[in-house]
Design a protein around this ligand. Structure first.
Ligand code: PEP
Length: 246
């Protein structure tokens, strides 16, 4: 299974920041894992033009479930593809919280991504209150059941476990907690999809150079979805190196 280091720039970055991409491409020229950067939509085409055909893929951070139409401010999966993206994140907890996205909405977006030829990165994760209540595995099972569409395959879908309370906080679950959730996700996906055992599972939430190696050493962790530490090439390149070494 190919490992994946995915960076989510969120609402950060302008054309001036493409220099970070150059630095990343240089630092990761020998990398063997898959590398993906999901910049703001304004930077997708400039990034693809800059690194065209190089070892770094470019993805969107969200897409609409419809192919086109009266949805002011939204982007269709086909438009992301047209701009040169080959992946799209769906169901990030910030989208779920800020835009009220339900599991069904996330599944519809993932299905739209697949129809457009994009690989979806489908995010799930519990809140701190849910973890404290002992509900983590139930929440993840429910989100997986509702957010991963029937058309998902190991080729067109990647699942990211991102505890909401670990995103951007500097806090991470214990390694045992990450391993427990990833094992449960692997079991659930294998039970539901013919090639579910082959779906790549990413961990996301405050991954940084100092904790990446320990997280990547865990069973059923096939890479990471990285926010803050993906903004600086020097940090993200160290995470890529840790993944390659795992
Ligand atoms: C994210 O938003 O997907 C994320 C994991 O952010 P951070 O790495 O900054 O916690």
């Amino acid at each position: 299974m190919r490992k994946l280091a995915a960076g989510n720039w969120k609402m950060n970055g302008t054309l001036a920041d493409l220099a970070e991409l150059d630095a990343l491409a240089l630092a990761c020229a020998e990398a063997t894992c898959d590398i993906l950067i999901c910049p703001p939509a304004t930077l997708i085409h400039p990034m693809v033009a800059r690194i065209g055909g190089g070892g770094i893929s470019v993805g969107g951070q969200d897409c609409h479930a419809a192919e086109s139409g009266a949805h002011t401010g939204d982007l269709a999966a086909g438009q992301l593809r047209d701009a040169g993206a080959d992946h799209v994140i769906v169901g990030h907890s910030e989208r779920r919280a800020d835009h009220g996205e339900t599991d069904a909405a996330v599944a519809a977006k993932a299905a739209a991504a697949h129809r457009a030829g994009l690989r979806s990165i489908i995010c799930v994760g519990e809140t701190e209150a849910q973890r404290d209540a002992g509900d983590t595995l139930d929440v993840i099972a429910r989100q997986l059941a509702g957010s991963v569409p029937e058309c998902a395959t190991a080729d067109n879908s990647v699942i990211a476990y991102e505890p909401v309370w670990a995103i951007g906080t500097g806090r991470t679950p214990t390694n045992d907690q990450i391993a427990e959730v990833h094992a449960a996700m692997r079991r659930a996906l294998a039970a539901r999809f013919a090639d579910g055992a082959e779906m790549r599972l990413l961990y996301g939430g405050s991954v940084k150079p100092s904790n990446a190696a320990a997280i990547f050493a865990l069973p059923a962790v096939d890479g990471a979805l990285v926010g803050g530490a993906s903004l600086k090439a020097v940090d993200f390149a160290q995470i890529v190196a840790a993944l390659d070494a795992a």
